[in-house]
Ligand binder design. Structure first.
Ligand SMILES: CC(C)(COP(=O)(O)OP(=O)(O)OC[C@H]1O[C@@H](n2cnc3c(N)ncnc32)[C@H](O[C@H]2O[C@H](COP(=O)(O)OP(=O)(O)OP(=O)(O)O)[C@@H](O)[C@H]2O)[C@@H]1O)[C@@H](O)C(=O)NCCC(=O)NCCS
Ligand code: ADE
Length: 290
């Protein structure tokens, strides 16, 4: 009887993926000190965001991530119907996010990135190698979703047009290079300085390369250049775990606040980095066992 009860309360694969995704969002929000972003210290460069709202938004997205993983498990492979199902679930997720935040955009980019990665991870029940999951997410992102509302006036679309850069859509379609080539390697390399410094360094490595359309929208090319150069300077000084790096990090934070620049895209990709990092050890203790 007790074995039966134990089996019944085991979370499903989709539920476990949703747990990992939501925890990655909460850990990203809590990580401090992040330049220009909401963290435990305050609201960063934002008037309309705060830590409790980021937590509420992350928790409200759990059913979305679970449903995306379930849709992938039912489809069993990358396919046009799965892409369209994910698009609808993503749009429903945005509605749920806006309902809980009273209309504030907390996690639009994260729904896109983590939603695709949850679905891709569900398709990889036997192997959770980050590069493979990201490649599958990219294949999903490259499929057209005819029901997606074309919004040439989104902040991202406008920034991409004005500055001739690639944004959130292309980051996913190219297999999340900021996560695979910057975030994850830096996270692993900086773990010698402790987990919090490793996560800060991973964020900085992403910021050093990303064309973050949030920063472009709020602070133009000057903001983007200062973000990338400032993040490089922290890492070159020894990273968040060193005294010199910590000084540079606080200077970068002041710079971002002065410019009202908030690297929200980089923050989403840090959450994606944490998500993939946490699935990797589960490949041998199979997260995909039910
Ligand atoms: C394909 C979509 C991602 C839409 O993309 P698009 O670029 O057209 O639209 P945006 O509305 O600008 O959303 C993109 C969000 O992605 C994040 N981001 C930015 N740059 C990058 C990058 N280079 N790589 C990856 N990700 C990036 C970023 O999200 C974060 O920042 C948001 C907060 O920003 P903030 O400036 O505070 O808020 P705003 O309200 O925009 O401005 P202010 O008035 O405050 O100044 C927060 O959401 C973070 O998550 C960009 O915002 C995709 O979303 C899409 O197609 N959606 C439609 C629904 C759908 O079909 N979904 C399918 C799901 S599979
Ligand atoms: N911590 C954070 N602060 C501001 N915008 C964000 N978007 C995603 N995470 C964020």
């Amino acid at each position: 009887m007790s074995a039966l009860i134990a089996r019944q309360v085991q979370p499903s694969l989709a539920e476990r993926l949703a747990d990992v995704a939501v925890q990655a969002l909460i850990d990203e929000a809590d990580l401090s000190p992040k330049p220009g972003l909401v963290d435990r210290r305050g609201n960063g460069a934002h008037d309309d965001l705060h830590l409790d709202l980021m937590h509420a938004s992350a928790n409200a997205l759990w059913p979305t991530f679970k449903a995306m993983a379930e849709a992938a498990l039912i489809a069993g492979e990358v396919s046009q119907p799965l892409r369209e199902a994910l698009g609808q679930l993503g749009r429903d997720g945005e509605v749920a996010m806006l309902r809980v935040t009273g209309g504030v955009n907390t996690h639009r980019g994260a729904i896109w990135a983590l939603g695709l990665l949850c679905a891709a991870a569900a398709l990889h029940t036997g192997s959770a190698a980050p590069r493979h999951i990201a490649a599958t997410a990219a294949a999903l992102a490259r499929l057209d979703d005819p029901s997606a509302p074309v919004n040439p006036d989104s902040h991202g679309a406008r920034a991409c047009r004005t500055y001739g850069v690639l944004g959130a859509r292309e980051q996913a379609q190219h297999g999340f290079p900021a996560v695979i080539e910057q975030g994850l390697p830096q996270l692993v390399a900086s773990r010698r300085d402790g987990e919090q410094n490793a996560q800060l360094d991973a964020l900085l490595a992403i910021m050093s390369q990303l064309t973050d359309t949030c920063v472009l929208h709020r602070a133009g090319l000057e903001g983007l250049t200062r973000m990338q150069a400032g993040a490089c300077a922290v890492l070159a000084a020894g990273g968040a775990g060193s005294l010199a790096g910590r000084r540079q990090l606080l200077e970068l934070d002041r710079d971002m606040l002065t410019l009202r620049a908030s690297p929200g895209g980089a923050a989403d990709l840090l959450a994606a980095t944490l998500f993939l990092d946490r699935l990797a050890p589960a490949a041998s203790a199979p997260i995909g066992s039910n």
